[in-house]
Design a protein around this ligand. Sequence first.
Ligand code: FAD
Ligand code: A2P
Length: 272
Amino acid sequence: MFDNILIDDFTPPKTCTVERVTAVKHWTDTLFSFRITRPQAFRFRAGEFIMIGLMIGGKPVLRAYSICSPTWDEELEFYSIKAPGGQLTTELQHIEVGDGVLLGKKPTGTLVHDALVPGEHLYLFSTGTGLAPFASIIREPETYEKFKEVILTHTCRTGEELEYGKQLVEDIRKDPLVGELVGDRLIHFTSTTRDDTQSQRGRITDLINNGELFEVIGRPDIDPATDRVMICGSEAMLRDLKDMMVERGFKEGSNAAPAQFVIEKAFAGDGV
Ligand code: FAD
Ligand code: A2P
C-alpha cells in the first residue's frame, strides 16, 4: 500500500466503483499490467475502453484505459504505460495486490465487432500500448466465429516492449476455453524500430507498403473485399495507417455505421 491511494478514506465519484488489485506484473521500466476485481454488473464489449483511476490528494484522477480482458474473464486486466511525470501513472505504477482502484461504469469504444461489416480476415494493427484492446479481441470467441483468420501486428521501439503481447499469445494457445478455437487461426507478427531483436525491423506502415508483412505471413496484400481492419496506436500512426486504408479502398466504420476499418487512439498527445 502507498500513501496516495487511501481510497477507503474518501468518497469515490458516483461514476465509479472501487475495485481491488488482484495481480501486478512489471514488464519493463515503462510498462506494466494489472488485474482488478470485476463488479458483477460490469458488462462490456471486447475492444472497449473504460475510465481507470486513483484518489490522489483526495481527488479522483481518471484516465481512459482499454480493457485487455475478454468478456468472459472474471476479473479485468489492463496494460499500462508509466508516463514520465504523468499525473495518474506516476502513482498507478506503485499499486500492489489489495490496493483500491477506481473503475468507471460506462465502457465505450469503436474497436468492436459491431463497428465492422462481416469479412474473412481480421487485421489488428497496433503499436506500443495500442496492443491493449486487441488483447481482448484475440481472446474473445466471437472473433473466431466471425473471422476465418486473425492477424495481430505489434510494433514497438524495442524487443522488450513486445513481451506482454508475446506472453499473451502463448497463453491463449494453451487456454482451455479458447485455445482450441484459436488453433493456428491467430497469426502474431512483431517488429521493432529501434533495435534488431526481431526478425523484422521497421514501422508497420513501411512493412505493409514494401510487402514485407505479407511475405512473412504468407498472405496476399489487404483487400477491402475480404479483409477487415482495426487500428490502435499514436495519433501519427493512426493518421498514416488511415490514409493507407482509404487509398486501398477501405471505408471507416463506427458503432452507428459499421464498415471495413476502425481506429482508436492508444493515448492522447505526442507520446513519451
Ligand atoms: P498523461 O498526462 O495522460 O500523459 C503524459 C504523457 O504521456 C503525454 O505526453 C502522453 O502523450 C504520454 N502517454 C500517455 N499514455 C501513453 C501511452 N499509453 N503510450 C505512450 N505514451 C503515452 N494508456 C495505457 O497505458 N493503456 C491503455 O490501455 C490506454 N488506453 C487508452 C484508451 C484511450 C481511448 C485513450 C484516449 C487513452 C488511453 N491510454 C492508455 C492513455 C491513458 O488514458 C493515459 O494517458 C495514461 O494512463 C497516462 O496517464 P498519466 O496521467 O500518467 O499521463
Ligand atoms: P519509430 O521508432 O520509428 O518512431 P511510440 O512509442 O512513439 O508510440 O511508438 C511506438 C511504435 O510506433 C514505434 O515503433 C514507432 O516507430 C512507431 N510509430 C511511430 N509513429 C508512427 C507512424 N506514424 N506510423 C507507423 N508507426 C509509427
